[in-house]
Design a protein around this ligand. Sequence first.
Ligand code: TYM
Length: 328
Amino acid sequence: MEKKTVFSGIQASGSLHLGNYLGAIRNWAAMQYDYNNYFCVVDLHTITVLQDPATLRAKIREVAGLLFAAGIEAENSVVFIQSDVKAHSELAWLLNCITPMGWLHRMTQFKEKSEKQKEEVSVGLFDYPVLQAADILLYDTHMVPVGEDQKQHVELCRDIAQRFNYRYGGVFVLPEPHIPPVGGRVMGLANPEKKMSKSEEKEEDSIYLLDTPDQIRKKVKKATTDSLRDISFDENRPGINNLLTIYQLLTDKNRQKIEEYFSDKTYKILKEEVAEVVIESLRPLQERYHELTGEAGYLDGMLERGAEKAGARAEKKMGQVSESMGLK
Ligand code: TYM
């Protein structure tokens, strides 16, 4: 039987953090053997908010390097930069012409992000989910592994695909979001009421994948907890719950065992143990990252080959889409 197709994307808007790793990248690496995979650094999405060109250029390569360092293998997965495959922008335009504005007005991420910018908000930010739909639909994607915050965007993508298929025939595969049962929403350390995010003003909220052991220890030590004593998984105690969830995800132990283990320990010890587990889990990833970015031209070569493979597949799809709409 032919393998199904997986597509997912990641922005280059800041430094990758533990939420990106546990909610997305780590799962991409784990599931890559069972699917045809496309993993994309979505630089065109990144520029929907203002970026410094030199920083962006560096971040795009950093993110791509981290994907490989996290275990995604060029033999099993196509890793590429979105702007290297022009079909993404082209299909986004075609989908723009069939997507009602009302659907985009309902997107919660747009509402949140645009609140700060008011009238200055870019058309690109409003249109962001349509470009995301283009990413997914170009590759006849069956499954989109993402964190919880992307569920609404993948559902919108399905709606757009369905509308297109209704008007122009069955051109697009309808994709399903795939969200991990645990880890789909890793919370901030300083503010565990909010998800860990790249654009967080407060640096101490996020553990970045390239943080040093000392930085990690400091951030975890300062993590917000509560005034109780017992250590248990409890959604009403977001700080402790988040630390325990991170520990669970990185040790693969079950919840009961973890609670038993910490039953006679203090918050201080919990934090020390969480920090060490994070440090040890990130160590091999960091080593691989430095190895592969240290070798001149290695990463660029892999990305070039990724763009060629993705481009060939995307061009084929574009031919089908253009024809169905009467453009060819
Ligand atoms: P981005 O770059 O914000 O995040 C990349 C992936 O990391 C997940 N994630 C989290 N998971 C758990 N806890 C968190 N705190 C956390 N923060 C982020 C995200 O859910 C995501 O899976 N719009 C997308 C990029 C994109 C895309 C696509 C994704 C563009 N085109 C097509 C899938 C398919 C985004 O901004 O992800």
